[in-house]
Design a protein around this ligand. Structure first.
Ligand code: ZN
Length: 193
């Protein structure tokens, strides 16, 4: 089984990838959504996904992993564990991505920036810019899932799975047109965009 097919199976068995008729937090309607936190809920599954993504990155020879909080924390740690390199995270403070908590990057350190899901890649791009300002070298940007055009990134991200999850305005939603019930307010709705 190739990695993409395995990740898709893990997404489905963990309940992270669901089919139905959902109202997303944006207000748009979708026939599917993905909640990566559920994929990584079980430590053994998170470790497996971390090893798969680490394999994609190994050729870049990263000396450390940097992830933007919160989305990249669990997978970033899992990738760092698989590569046996240090893991650090950055967090947005007053609108600016920063390294806090005593984390430091060495000049010329080879850094892999790891996210869970990349849509535009905005957070990953901010983390990469932070690393470069510190004098480090960003050797790869990686994610479990690519579900957009990653327009904020200056490089092609290394991903395990590309997912197209179309959404529609309520007026144009084919599932509404077919009379299918929408996931009701108060049920567990996706927090993804
Ligand atoms: Zn609908």
């Amino acid at each position: 089984m190739d990695h993409g097919a395995e990740v898709r199976r893990l997404l489905e068995e963990s309940g992270a990838l669901r089919s139905g008729h959902f109202r997303l937090s944006s207000g748009r309607h979708s026939a599917s959504y993905v909640q990566c936190a559920l994929l990584l809920e079980e430590p053994a599954r998170a470790a497996r996904v971390g090893r798969l993504l680490a394999e994609r990155l190994r050729r870049s020879e990263p000396e450390s992993v940097l992830s933007p909080a919160l989305g990249g924390l669990v997978i970033g740690y899992a990738v760092a564990a698989a590569l046996d390199v240090p893991f650090r995270f950055c967090e947005r403070r007053d609108g600016v991505m920063r390294l806090r908590r005593g984390f430091e990057l060495r000049p010329a350190e080879r850094v892999a920036v790891i996210e869970d899901v990349i849509t535009t890649g905005g957070s990953a791009a901010e983390a990469a810019a932070l690393a470069e300002r510190a004098g480090a070298e960003v050797v790869a940007v990686g994610a479990i899932i690519l579900r957009g055009a990653a327009t904020a990134l200056s490089r092609e991200p290394l991903v395990l799975l590309r997912l197209e999850l179309p959404s529609w305005s309520a007026e144009q939603c084919p599932r509404c047109a077919a009379g299918e019930a929408l996931a009701a307010p108060g049920s567990r709705l996706p927090s993804a965009e």
